[in-house]
Design a binder for this molecule. Structure first.
Ligand SMILES: [Zn+2]
Length: 156
């Protein structure tokens, strides 16, 4: 059954979005050479044309969050397999939360890589790679909400 995902209620008019249930993964790859960086970049560029991909970091540590429909979750395993076959140091997380971002931040510090800023949820303040944005008028313009808050707003 699809999980409803949408902007939360507000005093202003808010247009609701529904998204099908999704599966996420975070891939962290150590690019030891320029060839590695180019290969990783090319792979995720290709994936971006077919699914939601958000870069998390760049440099020696290349991080990406990927979101697909739940039905398509086997592709997340396939990406993991390809990366682990091609690169010696790959970390894969199958959730995205604050701990994941802390891990990315720590690894970026250790490797001198650059971490990208992510949009933050307007309710809980958590970083969210794939926010649900409201398209309502007035004060709600420009707000975004994380998957957890939107799920709570819709209830079980
Ligand atoms: Zn939130």
């Amino acid at each position: 059954m699809p999980v409803a995902c949408s902007a939360v209620h507000s005093h202003n008019e808010v247009r609701l979005q529904r998204r099908p249930a999704s599966a996420r993964a975070v891939y962290l790859i150590e690019a030891r050479t320029h060839t590695d960086s180019r290969e990783v970049d090319a792979l995720f560029r290709e994936l971006r044309s077919r699914m939601c991909v958000r870069p998390l970091s760049t440099g020696r540590l290349m991080g990406y969050a990927v979101e697909v429909r739940s039905d398509d979750s086997p592709i997340l395993d396939a990406i993991e397999e390809i990366l682990k076959e091609s690169f010696s140091c790959v970390v894969v997380e199958r959730v995205f939360d604050e701990l994941t971002m802390r891990l990315v931040a720590d690894l970026c510090r250790e490797t001198g890589s650059r971490i990208y800023c992510l949009p933050r949820c307007s309710i809980c303040g958590r970083p969210e790679p794939f926010p649900v944005a409201t398209m309502g008028a007035g004060a709600s313009v420009g707000r975004c909400y994380c998957a957890r808050c939107t799920a709570e707003a819709w209830g079980p």
